[in-house]
Design a protein around this ligand. Sequence first.
Ligand code: F0G
Length: 418
Amino acid sequence: MMTLRCSVCDALPGDADALACAACGELLAFALDCAAVDAYVVEGNARLRRASADPRDRSGVWRFRELLPPIAEDAITTLREGDVPLIDGPRGAAHAGVDRLAYLHLGMNPTASFKDAGMTVAISHARERGAQVAVCASTGNTAASMAAYAARAGMTAVAIAPVDGISPAKVAQTLDYGAHVVAVDGDFDDALRVVRALDPATVAVVNSINPYRIEGQKTAAFVLLEQRRWLAPDWVVLPGGNLGNASALGKGFREARSIGLAIRVPRLAVVQASGAAPFAHAWIAGGDVVPVRAQTDASAIRIGAPASWKKARAEVRASGGTVLDVPDDEIAEARAVIGRDGVGCEPASAASLAGLRRLVAAGSVSRDADVVCVLTGHVLKDTAYAERYHASSAPQANAIVRGVDLARYLNALLLTRT
Ligand code: F0G
């Protein structure tokens, strides 16, 4: 029911391990035979499986396995990923200027980022093929996710990362799961170039250029729709870096509509940090992506040469969506506001709310629109950033209180609440 093809010229890959089309060099993608899928079976299975004890059934990825590439049961490596909540965000809504808003919190995954939904499929596939070593380039989250799933699968993991420019918490997490962390001179784009030059027949490359990653990550669209009785929101807003996730979510929503699980798709808004915004620039200029040297404090999306921009552009266009960029100070403020909703996220994730605010101000999204912001990573992924923010004089900064008389302080607090 699934065939791997070139995402641009539609050619079939000659080689089972290939990550790029032999004919034109573009990325590969799975095509689902939607006519062969029964939406009632998918929906019914997903509902029944939530009450099952089988680890595959408890995963928010594998309970949709009819829509995934087939992988032998004994190769499946799962940590119950994917089953993440959709949470109301009233303060975020007020900040953006919409009546209501929900966060799809992909940071509530086993390694605390959205990568897990894709990694469970990529590592399971690698295991099935007998791969011994998994490799990725990363700004931190892919590395941590790969390291955890490779550890579960008994594989060696090698993360190639610009370690001094990313969150130390993510590096420590990756080391904890036992991966080899190789520091690269340069940035993520340099690291990805190194990884793309490797032979995928000898090592499993698990960046989002691997189409199995995209298949896993598309299930976030199903998990979102499932929690809304299969009614799509008007807009889904998400951060964009290497652009695998925008490609995956767009694919998930399209497939949900094609098989009849949902009657419409949401518009996708992809938000980049202004210092790392080649996709936003290309969207506005109307041409191809021109790589940039990326610079932003949202280190997860410090990416200047996104690998999946063609796939992402096709998805954003098909959804009737848009692409924009937001400056770092607006990301910082939005991140703090998401914290005040009792939710929290890492900086890159908050580009979604900052972007939504701009779209509402520009009149592109109406105040009464039904919007979901995708939060891609947990607040604890980048505590150094949060500490700096709260020690600053930024609008939402919340300084530590020192040297006060506690009784008086509490009394004053009680008075200001009434
Ligand atoms: N948000 C977070 C928290 C991320 O870690 C990333 C990417 C993105 C958004 C962007 O997603 O690349 O699919 O457009 N992190 C990668 C990594 C690059 O290595 O962890 P994308």
